[in-house]
Ligand binder design. Structure first.
Ligand SMILES: [Zn+2]
Length: 193
């Protein structure tokens, strides 16, 4: 088959005081190229052209996920509140279970229906979880719980932190991957506000 001429994909350029080029596809399907302040346009374009195949594949994936989310439909306020109610006792039980296993304490548990994150852990040990985890497989919920509880030992994402996560859940990469791949589909089901 003759090779089609590769068109330069559309992208948004963000320059900053960084050393290397980086490429990012947002869940909405935007291509962002991060580049050092003084790098030439030509060099940046060559980089984007070189990655054109990767960009197209990831854009197709983002489109598929948005389609799936559109098919599944937006959740109503009532559905969200039901999900939250169903998740809360499970989450409390899983958190207590893994906290005992890891030997860590924690403060309050809050459930939020939010677009930005799956969980968080404050310096005081208060935990927050996304109510959309109710729609994720139980193994994925456990991963988010363990992730946040491991921040009670390491308040960062250092190799030491990931070693703690791996010690509790050796197969955590697959669970994390599920969230990376399918998480955007769940998040897209939140009602627009
Ligand atoms: Zn974290």
């Amino acid at each position: 088959m003759p090779q089609a001429v590769t068109a330069l994909p559309e992208y948004t350029l963000v320059r900053s005081r960084r050393r290397t080029l980086a490429l990012e596809i947002t869940p909405s399907g935007q291509v962002i190229v991060r580049a050092p302040l003084k790098m030439s346009r030509a060099r940046i374009q060559a980089f984007v052209l070189e990655k054109a195949g990767w960009i197209r594949a990831h854009l197709a994936q983002a489109r598929r996920q948005n389609q799936l989310a559109a098919q599944a439909g937006k959740l109503t306020k009532e559905e969200l509140s039901n999900l939250r109610g169903a998740l809360e006792p499970v989450l409390r039980q899983r958190t207590a279970h893994f906290a005992a296993k890891l030997g860590v304490s924690y403060g309050k548990i809050t459930l939020r229906c939010q677009r930005t994150r799956w969980g968080s852990c404050s310096a005081a040990g208060n935990l927050s979880f996304n109510c959309l985890l109710a729609l994720a497989p139980p193994e994925v919920l456990d991963y988010v719980v363990v992730h946040e509880l491991c921040h009670r030992k390491q308040m960062n994402h250092s190799p030491a932190f990931w070693r703690e996560v791996a010690a509790a859940l050796p197969d955590y990469p697959a669970r994390r991957e599920w969230l990376k791949t399918n998480g955007p589909v769940l998040l897209a089901r939140l009602p627009d506000e």
